[in-house]
Design a protein around this ligand. Structure first.
Ligand code: ZN
Length: 246
């Protein structure tokens, strides 16, 4: 059966005034690169493919395991049984959602060696990693290449989102030094709820849409707790001594 036109596909989202036809067109022209395809990346990918992004790049190097399933929505029990690579399972699932999207999968960890090839041409980069070193790598590449990116960290019932746009404060303005793993909350030691992930990705992908239509508030550091519940927006100023963005 032939699918209806893309006009009817996106009827309900373009009806939202903050989004509208203009943001839909920007999204359809955009190339979005995700670094990681676990809990954050899987939901980012599913939302963006369903919303009609132009090109989606996603990278991961892990295989699907049973303890992923409570929060990593792209993956299934069959993927665990087959020992599938996350990238292969993600590609199979995402391919069924919206055939108009160009999907580009990289079955590798994003490192200093491949980051340039992977991110060149991206309109916006989304953080979906679970380690702080990779986040600094993304930050430094994006600041140097004037590409916006959105930081997101989650653990337990809370999370933090920071859109980093050219000219605004960057992750190193917030963390002048890379913090020790023990000093920051992390799902490996603090656990994480799937509802925390869902709220983080909702806020993060909305920041991406606001970057695309130029309504993003530079320096907005969003902190939330899904359990309390609360959302607080703090203003992060550019650090004049930042080693990266000055
Ligand atoms: Zn900075």
């Amino acid at each position: 059966m032939r699918l209806a036109s893309s006009e009817s596909r996106f009827l309900r989202q373009v009806a939202v005034p903050e989004f509208g036809e203009a943001t839909q067109k920007l999204l359809e022209k955009a190339t979005i690169a995700l670094v990681g395809c676990g809990a954050l990346g899987g939901l980012q990918a599913e939302l963006l493919v369903r919303m009609g992004v132009g090109e989606l790049r996603f990278a991961d190097f892990d295989v699907v395991s049973l303890m992923n399933l409570h929060r990593q929505i792209l993956y299934t029990e069959e993927d665990v049984e087959q020992g599938r690579a996350k990238i292969a399972a993600a590609l199979a699932k995402l391919s069924t959602l919206n055939r108009a999207v160009r999907l580009v999968a990289l079955n590798e960890k994003v490192t200093a060696h491949n980051i340039n090839d992977y991110l060149t041409g991206a309109t916006v980069v989304l953080d979906a990693t679970d380690n702080i070193e990779t986040r600094f790598l993304i930050n430094d590449w994006c600041v140097a290449h004037h590409v916006p990116w959105v930081y997101t960290g989650v653990a337990g019932t809370s999370g933090m989102i920071l859109p980093v746009v050219p000219g605004g404060p960057c992750l190193r303005c917030f963390y002048p030094e890379i913090p020790e793993a023990d000093a920051i909350a992390h799902p490996n030691k603090d656990g994480v709820l799937s509802t925390t992930v869902a709220m983080a990705v909702s806020l993060q992908v909305t920041q991406l849409l606001k970057i695309l239509n130029k309504t993003v508030q530079v320096g907005d550091l969003i902190r939330f707790n899904v359990w309390e519940p609360s959302v607080r927006v703090l203003k992060l100023a550019k650090n004049p001594a930042c080693s990266c963005c000055n």
